[in-house]
Design a protein around this ligand. Structure first.
Ligand code: SAH
Ligand code: SF4
Length: 373
């Protein structure tokens, strides 16, 4: 007789190696609140056993809010004509990195809308060269700047970046088509191809999904988890969907779960992925914190091991408005790091600045390839 998901979770807590099936995943995602404590305990135990209590701060710098795309959920979509657009200069980006460096941050995520022009990729290459020239391997650079042609990915890799985050948003093609415009720019197949290109050109690959969008089912979320596992990703971040009042998807908010349920689903997805992929990096995202002030702690207690201090200069920050509710915060990484250190120690975890932050999953993968495994 097959085990119930609760029994499997108990066994995982005890050190078992049970595999979660699609049925287990849909059960865990759809059960009442009684599952939450056990799920968090299982994920946290597996995390501590595999990676220990350390939490890596990855400083995020939102380098431009311009975008050629028109995703139906996002405030940066090109159709949002009310948003003042900005591009940080190379000097501004390097100085934001330096600002984080002074506070011990060694892992940096550069994020932007998707821009195919040579100018954008060129300025990112220039930033990467300057970082490599100044700090060498001590700075770990992550990029999340949308779908790019393979040759641009290769150029960025040669300039010194090793990690790339490209969220699939949903692994279900039909849902993907419902939350993106039907034009040649938003093709599910192209996103899959870019994920494959990233893997083939040697990147450490991150992905993730939007949780709680209209029309999404728990079966679809369970398929997302299996997709992420089958793609053997190295990093992941789950965003609960948050309405942006000027985005077309906001009109369908009645078809989405309540915000509290979106937070709960995001935490469950985090915990389940940790159980399925014990040695990857999982980000507690700023979107989670936006919907729940205790989001970072909750994310960490459900298996996340990366926090994201914001390093975008305050004059730009409010305009990087993916969703409603973004607020201004002072440019003070020292204060942010102190608050994160306190959040971590309150739950028995330890913020570990000083690490460029390559995921253990990647390190093991490379070692196994070298050993011919
Ligand atoms: N333009 C790049 C990277 C920046 S956007 C790209 O799309 O890949 C970063 C992430 O913000 C996206 O992956 C998307 O999942 C998330 N996002 C956009 N709008 C959102 C919303 N309304 N709620 C929650 N997350 C959102
Ligand atoms: Fe652009 Fe990314 Fe927003 Fe889509 S999700 S509109 S690609 S910034």
């Amino acid at each position: 007789m097959s085990l119930l998901v609760e029994e499997k979770l108990e066994k995982l807590v005890q050190g078992g190696t049970e595999t979660l099936t699609k049925r287990d995943l849909t059960d865990a995602l759809s059960m009442g609140p009684s599952i939450d404590g056990l799920l968090a305990r299982a994920a946290h135990t597996v995390l501590l056993r595999t990676l220990g209590p350390g939490v890596c701060p990855t400083g995020i710098i939102e380098i431009s809010n311009s975008c050629q795309k028109n995703c139906l959920y996002c405030g940066l979509r090109r159709g949002n004509s009310t948003l003042p657009r900005y591009h940080m200069t190379v000097e501004e980006i390097v100085s934001a990195i330096e600002n984080g460096w002074r506070h011990g941050i060694r892992s940096f995520l550069l994020q932007s809308g998707e821009l195919l022009g040579e100018a954008h990729a060129g300025s990112v290459v220039e930033v990467l060269r300057r970082v490599a020239g100044r700090w060498g391997d001590e700075a770990g650079m992550v990029l999340s700047i949308g779908e790019l042609p393979r040759r641009t990915l290769e150029e960025l890799g040669k300039a010194g970046a090793h990690r790339y985050l490209l969220r699939i948003e949903t692994s279900e093609q039909e849902l993907y088509n419902r939350i993106h415009p039907k034009d040649g720019l938003h093709r599910f197949g192209a996103r899959l191809q870019c994920l494959a290109d990233l893997g083939e050109t040697g990147w450490q690959v991150g992905s993730g999904v939007l949780v709680g969008v209209p029309w999404q089912t728990v079966e679809s979320l369970a398929s997302d988890l299996l997709f992420l596992r089958d793609r053997d990703i190295d990093m992941c971040g789950f965003h609960p969907w948050i309405e942006h009042s000027d985005s077309p998807l906001a009109e369908y908010r009645d078809l989405a779960p309540e915000r509290e349920a979106r937070v709960r689903l995001t935490l469950r997805m985090t915990a389940l992925l940790r159980l399925m992929m014990p040695d990857i990096d999982i980000y507690a995202t700023t979107a989670l914190q936006m919907l729940d002030p205790d989001g970072p702690e909750k994310g960490l207690l459900h298996g996340a091991n990366v926090l994201m201090p914001g390093l975008t200069p305050s004059k730009y920050r409010l305009n990087y408005r993916l969703f409603d509710g973004r607020t201004a915060v002072p440019d003070d990484p020292g204060r942010v790091m102190a608050a994160m250190t306190a959040r971590c120690s309150a739950i028995g975890r330890k913020l570990m600045p000083g690490e460029p932050g390559d995921p253990l999953h990647y390190i093991r993968r490379i070692l196994s390839v070298r050993a011919g495994g």
